[in-house]
Write a protein that binds this ligand. Structure first.
Ligand code: PGA
Length: 240
């Protein structure tokens, strides 16, 4: 199975910056035999799509509404995204925590995305407090069962992103990552009968990627901060 990489730009970059990024990233990523995705802000979807035409780079949105259209001021729907992108990130912890998105809402979004033929990168992960209370597996199980119920799982990549590892420079031990990824795959297989790819996110950079990618059941990475730099992101990809 090919390794899967999704760079998450979050709320970063103007159009000029994006154009210059893709000019070098295209060159750096050419020839890679990995799946490569860049998740850009809505305002850059068209720029990114145009810049990556006829390349091995796919584009993702970072969020979307669960309805196709209607009176939802400020929102963007699955069919609008589908015009520019192949993927959408759903359930990033910043959406869950800062924008109060629940498992129930995320489930609606994931179902709507696959209905629009968008592939989903579905994020799950425990907070530090939950980890300290030894609740990691319980939290992941709830996020998976409630979030992915009724989804077309063949189109889904699960991203395990411990909330406490995002943007902090802290990462779980290799043993912790392996047991968590194995648990996630087992739960999905047992409950939905499907094998999915599980990628790791949280403080991935060009120096630690190789070690993370060697861990059993890690099918790729989701770097945030490090993906803002074309050279760093391509180094992460080439460590596969
Ligand atoms: P980070 O972000 O790589 O900057 O920790 C990862 C993410 O939030 O997806």
């Amino acid at each position: 199975m090919k390794k899967f990489f999704c760079g998450n730009w979050k709320m970063n970059k103007t159009k000029t910056e994006a154009v210059s990024y893709f000019r070098s990233f295209k060159r750096l990523a050419a020839g890679s035999n990995c799946d490569i995705v860049v998740a850009v802000p809505f305002t850059l979807l068209e720029t990114a799509r145009n810049a990556c035409k006829n390349t091995n780079i796919k584009i993702a949105a970072q969020n979307m509404h669960s309805e196709q259209k209607g009176a939802f001021t400020g929102e963007i729907s699955p069919c609008m995204i589908k015009e520019f992108a192949d993927y959408v990130i759903i359930g990033h912890s910043e959406r869950r925590i800062l924008f109060k998105e629940t498992d129930e809402l995320l489930n609606k979004k994931a179902i709507a995305a696959s209905g629009s033929k968008l592939k989903v990168i579905f994020c799950i992960g425990e907070t530090l407090e939950e980890k300290k209370r030894d609740k990691t597996f319980e939290i992941l199980k709830t996020q998976i069962l409630n979030g992915l119920n009724g989804c077309r799982l063949k189109e889904i990549i699960v991203a395990y992103e411990p909330v406490w590892a995002i943007g902090t420079g802290k990462i779980p031990t290799a043993k912790e990552i392996e047991s968590t990824h194995t648990y996630i795959k087992d739960i999905i297989k047992k409950n939905f009968g499907t094998a999915v790819r599980v990628i790791y996110g949280g403080s991935v950079n060009e120096n630690n990627a190789k070690e993370i990618l060697m861990i059993k059941n890690v099918d790729g990475c989701l770097p945030g901060g490090a993906s803002l730099d074309a050279k760093k992101f391509s180094k992460i990809i080439s460590s596969a």
